[in-house]
Design a protein. Sequence first.
Length: 464
Amino acid sequence: MANQAKLKSFRHSPICKFGVQVPRNHAEAMELDKQDGGSLWAEAESRELNQIDEYNTCTDLGKGACPNNHRKIKVHMVYDVKPDFRRKARLVAGGHLTPTPIHSVYSSVVSLQGLKISLFLAELNELEAWENDVGNAYLEAYTEEKLYIVAGPEFREREVHTLVITKALYGLKSSGLRWWEKLSEILNDLGFTASKAEDNIWMRDKHSHYEYIVRYVDDLLFISSNPKGITDTLESKFKLKLKNTGPIKYLLGSNFDRDSDDHALLMSPTKYITRMLDNYTRMFRTLPKEVITPLVKGDHPELDATSELDVDGIKKYQSLIGALQWVITLGRLDIAVAVMTLSTFRAASCEGHLERANRIYGYLRKMKHAAIRFRTGLPDYSSIPNEEYDWEKSIYGNMEESLPHDAPKTYGPPVIMTTCVNANLCHDFVTGRSGTGIIHLLNQTIVHYLCKKQPLVETATYGS
């Protein structure tokens, strides 16, 4: 009963964003408008319903209709406040009320490694990289689910009307896949084909280079000598509503900028780190102390003998580690070893572990603007001897690598792929497990990295 009381309090406690209370439902939105003496939330709802009507998302059957072979579901408004204090409302379907589709509804997105490789190719071939996102992307596609709703008071004069859902409304289980298929058809029509390595990187042969379109749901990255030509075609021919179109500045949690000296492209999760520090300040009522290393030299958190944290402390620790793991994914590989070491103690954390996590936050505060630099020059390996080893020889003779017969033609300057591997013997003094570090580079650009504790106690170099 106590837990239920806490949960009820959480569900009904006010939610604020940028100092503005965010409503939970239509009734609360209208009440907030009444208290403020304005109509900002009502206008946000009207804008959203106008978009719904513009895309012919629903078919109005009038009052009392009950379409055959259709399942009745509910919809609701989700509210938000933008940084410029604009009110935002989004109509979302109750997808949990729909039956589970027989076929898979999974829709993939580009990996961050694929994004980095695409940007490397843009720099290598001196192409432009433009970003944008598609407005109301899901509503561009038709749904195959047979569903209808009875309109609520947010629909104004259409209240209690029966509306059959015809478009891939946000919240439906299959909407992501329907938009994925719709965009794939559009890209095929433009002459693009999916990469054999990643089906969310599309390429088009220009006979001297390739153009690329990288997609992450409704966020698109265009790499071309004339990206404006592609965006104009998408808007004029296919009537897509593209927003925030222009040279890449912020995409998938990372900021992009140019070095003032050599104009090299820089990738850094600066904005995300700022958000992390804001959350840290709300959690501890102060900013972390700035330091110049993630952990103290020679430190071994597994030997920590301080007191165990209480439940609240463990939750804070888990929150800190989760954010740190994501910032590593976004490009901050300099803290990978420290976070990998501390991640072991998420279930049973001590005060010393929390202090070490605080130190990593202090390091990020000090080194907030560290970035991955996209350098396309070939690395110089002339000083490294090209030695032959016994294990390179095969009893099958001089075999050649089997290559795909339909591989794309090769264009542009040469690329050397480098892999750096290292292993730290007995990284964990308690379990005896070693640590593995891997970095993959294209020319002089880091495109992928990995840092993990080995699952078994074994020879460190073999396990790596």
